[in-house]
Design a protein around this ligand. Structure first.
Ligand code: GLY
Length: 373
């Protein structure tokens, strides 16, 4: 057979492609264009993800990005990242040494989602394990379930070999709790409504005294990552609302609230007032807005407007009529476009090939939350 030159090869290829495309067009469908999926890797996280190092060299986002860059599984990477915060007692909103519940007991919540594998797991009200995120991962990988809670979750962790500590408090978290007890115990004699208002005032005052911003009343770290193959995973982990009623569970372990990942669309995760997020299942809502073509920023802003519209009780509003709480979302789409939106001005962390940065989020209400309270 006579060899063909390059021009003939290209023409032949085009003819084959055109022929192959005819039946698809005949059926009224666009021909499928197969392109290799590729993306610029990124890690996006709440601001505490670029603040604590647990005595090591890397923050959460640095660790997660380095692992992604070296080819690690994206969920392994983001969980290794948040482990830095869970294990660092200086982050008093997450894991070991975080602010406990009203009985002085740390009850942790976490969930994670693996985009490409479509696996997810969560734990709530977990006691005694420093790294709730790893137990959430085990729920995803080792059970047929998506959420385990309380004693059952602890027993599950024990059987898998996790260390169960009798107490996750540090001297600092215990001291803050004693102070909270001392100031709030007399409030039992108030009406439930007055008590709730006073407890919040005292809680925020004690947080300020212990050097914790009132913005972190609801604590939490969320971290999401994208690798060059376009694989997206996320994790959220928290000790929840400071000095919460024992058994109170927020948004962090709930798929669709604390976190939602769809590998074809993107990821959204949250920190801040869990109740506002649970009521609107906002992380799922944001991913669904992006599925319909919205940019991460527009999807996030639309979701914050939904939260604001659904916040109508006076006890949850500032004098100006805005929600009296902070809530933040960290959003990433499959193209690698990202943002963070928040009810009030805040910051968030990213890590790319240019290194880690802490940058301002996009607020719905431009004034500072402290000014509104
Ligand atoms: N977002 C954490 C919580 O409300 O528990």
């Amino acid at each position: 057979m006579k060899p063909i030159n390059r021009r003939q090869f290209v023409q032949a290829g085009a003819a084959v492609a055109a022929a192959a495309a005819v039946p698809a067009r005949a059926l009224g469908q666009a021909p499928t264009v197969m392109t290799p999926k590729s993306a610029k890797p990124i890690v996006i996280c709440s601001a505490n993800g670029n603040q604590y190092r647990n005595g090591g060299r890397e923050t959460c986002v640095e660790k997660a990005f380095a692992m992604i860059a070296s080819g690690a599984d994206v969920l392994d990477a983001v969980i290794a990242g948040v482990n830095v915060n869970e294990l660092d007692p200086l982050d008093m909103t997450v894991g070991y040494g975080a602010l406990p519940n009203a009985d002085g007991v740390l009850q942790l919540d976490s969930c994670c989602m693996h985009g490409p594998k479509k696996r997810a797991g969560g734990v709530s009200a977990l006691e005694g394990v420093k790294t709730a995120s790893l137990v959430a991962r085990a729920v995803a990988d080792r059970t047929d379930h998506h959420l385990m809670t309380g004693q059952g979750a602890q027993e599950f962790a024990r059987r898998l070999g996790f260390e169960i500590l009798p107490d996750l408090n540090t001297d600092a978290s215990r001291k803050a709790w004693f102070e909270w007890k001392r100031r709030t115990d007399p409030l039992h004699y108030l009406t439930p409504e007055d008590r709730a208002i006073e407890v919040k005032k005292i809680s925020l005052a004690i947080m300020r005294e212990f050097g914790i911003s009132p913005e972190h009343y609801y604590g939490t770290i969320n971290c999401d990552g994208l690798n060059p193959k376009g694989e997206i995973c996320g994790v959220t982990t928290t000790a929840g609302l400071a000095w919460k009623i024992p058994g109170r569970v927020g948004d962090s372990p709930i798929l669709g609230a604390g976190l939602y990942v769809d590998n074809e669309v993107g990821a959204a995760g949250s920190t801040g007032r869990g109740e506002a997020n649970l009521y609107n299942l906002t992380s799922c809502l944001i991913v669904e807005f992006m599925r319909r073509g919205m940019h991460p920023k527009d999807a996030g802003m639309e979701a914050l407007k939904r939260i604001k519209a659904n916040t109508i009780e006076k006890r949850l509003l500032t004098k100006a009529g805005n929600p009296n709480f902070q809530i933040n979302f960290y959003i990433l789409n499959a193209k690698g476009e990202y943002t963070s939106v928040s009810m009030y001005p805040s910051t968030y962390a990213i890590c790319t090939e240019n290194g880690a940065q802490t940058i301002p989020s996009e607020p719905l209400v431009p004034t500072q939350l402290e000014q509104e309270l």
